[in-house]
Design a protein around this ligand. Sequence first.
Ligand code: MN
Length: 740
Amino acid sequence: MSTQEIDLELENKVIVKAYRNVLKSIRRTLTREDKKKIREAFGISLEAHRNMRRKSGEPYIIHPLAVAQICAEEIGLGVTSVICAFLHDTVEDTDITLDLLRLKFGDKVALIIDGLTKISGVLDQPDKSVQAENFKKMLLTLSDDVRVILIKLADRLHNMRTLDSMSPKSQLKIASETAYVYAPLAHRLGLYAIKSELEDLSTKYLQAESYNYVKTKLNETKTQRNKYIRNFIEPLIQDLEDQGLKYEVKGRPKSIHSILQKMKTQHVPFEEVYDLFAIRIIIDTPIDTEKSDCWKVYSIVTDHYTPNPDRLRDWVSTPKANGYESLHTTVMGPKGRWVEVQIRTKRMDEIAEKGFAAHWKYKDNGVQQDGGLEGWLSRVREILESPDANAMDFLDDFKLALYTDEIFVFTPKGDLRKLPAGSSVLDFAFDIHSDLGINCIGAKLNSKLVPINHQLNNGDQVEILSSSKQKPNEDWFNFVVTAKAKSKIREYFKQIRLKASQLGKEILERKFKHAKLTFNSDNLQIIAKHYKLKAVSDLYYQLAKEEIDRTKMDIAEIILAEKAKPADPTAPVALKPKASAKANLPIDAVILSENEANMPYGFAKCCNPIPGDEIFGFVTIGEGVKIHRTSCPNALALMSNYGYRIIKAKWANAENVPKKAFVSSIKVSGIDSVGIVSIITDTISKQLQVNMKSISITSNEGAFEGNIVLEVHDTQQLENIMRAIKNASDLISVNRVDLG
Ligand code: MN
């Protein structure tokens, strides 16, 4: 710390105060032994990190202190976790060894610290297979002690809260990783408060403009909102007191992330997101009357306000799988506005906010394993056992598994198999054996014949039918959902391609020998380019498949001719200077961050960014920079896996960009009625005068669904179009398409 003067005395005061706060937040009464251990762990950490500072300039010890604070106060963890939180970075970043910690604090603490050390940096590996391996390890430690993951979440939460001092590049990487892995993890563990804070914090960095917009709007409307909540509560108070209920009312705005989500999916401006906040009535009541008391409150609320019967959610009678209990209803409040009311007891509220840790607190012996968590862990283990080593697919499948439910089906012999909901006959076949999957032609389902893509239901008995003549084709990817089936099918195609390529290579080698030319990569590139192929491996493959006629292939002539040609400015070969390579792109619509400013760029097909979208650049191999939307589902995976290839990008000022049409597609769906297609097309082309590049609409049993590809200038115009279509008829819903 060079120029800045540091007030050490003040810093020490802050540290001591933070330490005392941690002690105060542990809800159990501490024994003398507890206090001694905690003090010792803190001392070791303080000494080990003594000369270290965080990027923000603070003494490093502030971080372990904050992580311990989150563990105790926000997750409700106890002494062991606080000790581990203090020490969580020591083994990795300082001279402290695991053996020393084992000696001082025992096996349990050592095991948890070891898990935490292994997790750290899991996603930082540039090599994705190393990354996948580490990630698997991290998840396996879950089964040893779930505290590893809870402390890791606390660690991540504090890092996200203090992300401002990091570089923009690290911010993007850390934020996307958080959105991709940690927020779903928190969700799955039932840590709702932490989940929504993680989501909000990642949104703050990934979609900075939208985030700030909603934040400002929320601040502007705060007084108004509070007043509304007071008005809403007023008539209820007397009744609640007459019933002798001890209650507390909270009026909480929804998270910024969920408001943005609503604005996007419903295409409404901030002002029209009707349920900006939920009112929560928390009652303090003994456990044996809690259900009936919740319903008492419900009837008081609905005595005063009319409920929307479609929006009653009763998780009091049947709690969610992750332990969530609450009664939700939406009622018509003052001024004709819908208000969501959540009714729960103090116990339920604590579980909803703190998840499983709070659960244990309410269990008699304190550490009882919970069915929901166990089920989830076993599903994670299943994915881990799938042999596929591709980190990207693995992460995707893993994320899927965090959210999906499962079904139980039977083999002909009556053995039970567990599969994710949505699994097909093909998934089942691969689950039994990969050969059975490869050769599967259908199944006998409860003695009825069904095709391979038939979706299974709970309780089905499945007998797979196979034939040695059957071979997988590309369509099969659309029929399967399990990681195992996907990786087996991929493996099959890889093998086929590998064999074919080998054959193609041999053919080409002979040709080179014949023509007395050198078989090297320069010459091979030239030939690949001649056939307009991106990679030499494609050339091998097409030769082997006879998609290129080898008898007509005169390599000497090709090489000669290609060498004689002037350089082709649009060829996607290597990174070329700006001017020539951008020939086909809207001129300078996007500005890349300084170091990469001269790279050629193009727009990613998966998300079709248009001006107004928040964007970033991804450095590809051989194709320059691809511009993605930060909200592109692929992008999140790219960012968290290849953080080092992410660059900042922004749209140029509108005045500098010639009015240029960008391609964007929207999805329409709804109830089929006479003239629906012409309503849509009239709105777009006549009323709004927008060019449609293509439109396809199919209808099926009274419902229709369609895709429309449009030429637009920016998000503003696109939003207008979507709103106009929606307003044209009640029977249509419309969405922007994210994936091609
Ligand atoms: Mn840390």
